[in-house]
Design a protein around this ligand. Structure first.
Ligand code: MN3
Length: 205
C-alpha cells in the first residue's frame, strides 16, 4: 500500500474568489502531489512502505527521520487543510460553539486571534485551532511541516500560510488571503466533527 493523492472535497473553482482554481490546481495537483510522491519513495527506503500515513509521521518524528517527517507531515497537513475549507458557509455549532464562547469570548474574537497568528507567523508554516491538553481551545502556529498530529493537542482546523497557498492570487499579501479565508471559507462543521471524534482526523487511504 502506498499513500495516494486524495481528491479535493470540492471542484477546483469552488472556493473562488477567495482561492482561485489556478491556485488549487497547482497547490493540490503539484505541491500536494509532490509531497505524496516523495513520502512514498522515502518511506519505502526506510521499510515503512506499507504503513498508514499517520504511522509513518509518528515513526519519523520519534526516530528523527527529518526528511521523511517533512514530506509525510505535509501530505497530512494538506489533506487536513482541504477539509478545513469549504464553499458552503458554516458557523460554529454545538459543543464547539459553547467552547469558543467559554475560551475566546466569541467567534469574532477567535477569528481575530487566528488572523493575527496566521498573518504574524514568520515564514512558512501553518496556523491551527486545536483542543489543548488542558481541554481548552487554543491557537498555535507550526513552522514548515510541523503538525499537532505529533503533539497531545487535537487539531480542529488549519490554514496553510506557505506562500504557495496564496502567491498566485495575492502575491505577497498574506493578510488579504487569511482574512478572506477566515471570513468566507472556514469549515466549522469539520472542526466540530474533529472535536466530537476526540481523535485526530485520518488521511484518506
Ligand atoms: Mn501548501
Amino acid at each position: 500500500m502506498t499513500i495516494s493523492l486524495m481528491n479535493l472535497p470540492y471542484p477546483h473553482n469552488a472556493l473562488e474568489p477567495v482561492i482561485s482554481a489556478a491556485t488549487l490546481e497547482v497547490h493540490h495537483g503539484k505541491h500536494h502531489q509532490a509531497y505524496v510522491t516523495k513520502t512514498n519513495a522515502l518511506a519505502a527506503d526506510k521499510g515503512m512502505g506499507g504503513s498508514s500515513l499517520e504511522t509513518i509521521i509518528r515513526w519519523a518524528a520519534s526516530n528523527q527521520e527529518r526528511s521523511l517527517f517533512n514530506q509525510a507531515a505535509q501530505v497530512w497537513n494538506h489533506g487536513f487543510y482541504w477539509f478545513s475549507l469549504s464553499p458552503d458557509r458554516s458557523n460554529p455549532a454545538g459543543d464547539l460553539e459553547t467552547r469558543i464562547n467559554a475560551d475566546f469570548g466569541s467567534t469574532g474574537q477567535l477569528i481575530a486571534q487566528l488572523a493575527e497568528a496566521a498573518v504574524g507567523h514568520f515564514a512558512s508554516g501553518w496556523a491551527w485551532l486545536v483542543l489543548g491538553e488542558d481541554d481548552k481551545l487554543a491557537i498555535e502556529t507550526t513552522h514548515d511541516a510541523g503538525t499537532p498530529l505529533v503533539s497531545n493537542r487535537l487539531p480542529l482546523l488549519t490554514i496553510d500560510v506557505w506562500e504557495h497557498a496564496y502567491y498566485l492570487d495575492r502575491k505577497n499579501d498574506r493578510k488579504a488571503y487569511v482574512e478572506a479565508v477566515l471570513e468566507r471559507t472556514l469549515n466549522w462543521d469539520f472542526a466540530l466533527a474533529n472535536l466530537v471524534r476526540k481523535e485526530a482526523w485520518t488521511y484518506p487511504a
